[in-house]
Design a protein around this ligand. Structure first.
Ligand code: C2E
Ligand code: MG
Ligand code: MG
Ligand code: MG
Length: 282
């Protein structure tokens, strides 16, 4: 309520609320400046086959360091960028930087690699999103087939009819699409059938459930995998941190895994050093 009251209302905040508001404002200003100057970084996290050996692709994850506040987690700054609308320009930077990196790796004979890029709700409702992405892809001389776009489940369902259209348009243009964080939002299985995307990414919450002693965790993951497979989608488990999780996912016929156990998000240089070894696996 107080937020909507405008500037003068801040004196009614208690000290901690005031501090939180100040932090958000600082981050928002920092993001604004960073957007103008391209002061972001992308990290790359590998996606492996379920045996944990063969590299299947990577996900680009945005990193931002505020000049005064230091490293800010995406959890915090993506939300702020989303609410301020800055995410549209930041998202453009992400697509361009990801394409630039892919092209540079291709010229060095590193790869081939399918790179996934996350899209926010605010980006998804931009009517010229696909046009913008296609323009960048052309300018940076990469192929749509090298890219995948990850859309979170909650987002996908918010305006399902529009999302179905957008997904189809991206697929028509040659891009792959994945549903991210599956199982955390409001899922309509009917729409899942209409999405027909390449990948379904099971949220880390369910991966963690595989460590528990009971059978419930496995039952849920097993059902999601069966559902996805019956609709012709590959399944990626997110947040794989333990050998137990990896073993269970393999036995449950999960297709790909992603997580700290096998590879953390890392800068492009570190990723490039490892990629040849990952791809060389027999
Ligand atoms: P996400 O797309 O679901 O990405 C997976 C998140 O899980 C990443 O967090 C990654 O670092 C983290 N992760 C990977 N493996 C593990 C693991 O084994 N254990 C744990 N605990 N975490 C793991 P990150 O990089 O902090 O990003 C958080 C979210 O921010 C992303 O979730 C995505 O929704 C959003 N995000 C990141 N980069 C971008 C971007 O370029 N654009 C947009 N729109 N959103 C982004
Ligand atoms: Mg993602
Ligand atoms: Mg996710
Ligand atoms: Mg997530």
């Amino acid at each position: 309520e107080a937020k909507r009251g405008g500037r003068g209302t801040y004196r009614f905040f208690d000290w901690s609320m005031n501090q939180a508001a100040t932090r958000i404002l600082k981050i928002q200003q920092g993001l604004h400046e960073a957007t103008t100057h391209g002061w972001f970084k992308l990290h790359y996290q590998p996606k492996f086959s379920a045996d944990g050996r063969r590299l299947q692709g990577a996900e680009a994850l945005l990193r931002y360091t505020h000049p005064e506040l230091g490293v800010i987690s995406p959890q915090e700054f993506i939300g702020i960028a989303e609410r301020s609308g800055l995410i549209v320009q930041i998202g453009e930077w992400v697509v361009r930087e990801a394409c630039r990196q892919l092209r540079s790796w291709q010229l060095q004979n590193i790869g081939p690699l399918k790179l996934a890029i996350n899209l926010s709700p605010r980006q998804l409702i931009q009517p010229d999103l696909l046009q913008g992405v296609l323009a960048i892809v052309k300018q940076e001389a990469v192929e749509p087939a090298w890219l995948m776009f990850e859309i979170t489940e909650t987002v996908a369902m918010q305006d399902a009819a529009h999302t179905v259209e957008t997904i189809h348009a991206f697929q028509q243009a040659g891009f792959d699409v994945a549903i991210d964080d599956f199982g955390t939002g409001y899922s309509s299985l009917a729409y899942l059938q209409r999405f027909r995307v390449r990948q379904l990414k099971i949220d880390g919450f369910f991966t963690q459930g595989l460590d528990a002693a009971g059978e419930e965790g496995e039952a849920i993951v097993s059902a999601i995998i069966a559902l996805a497979h019956s609709l012709g989608m590959d399944v990626v488990a997110e947040g794989v941190e333990t050998a137990t999780q990896l073993e269970k996912l393999k036995s449950l016929q999960c297709d790909q895994i992603q997580g700290f156990l096998l590879g953390r998000p890392m800068p492009a240089e570190a990723f490039a050093e490892k990629i040849e070894g990952w791809l060389a696996v027999a």
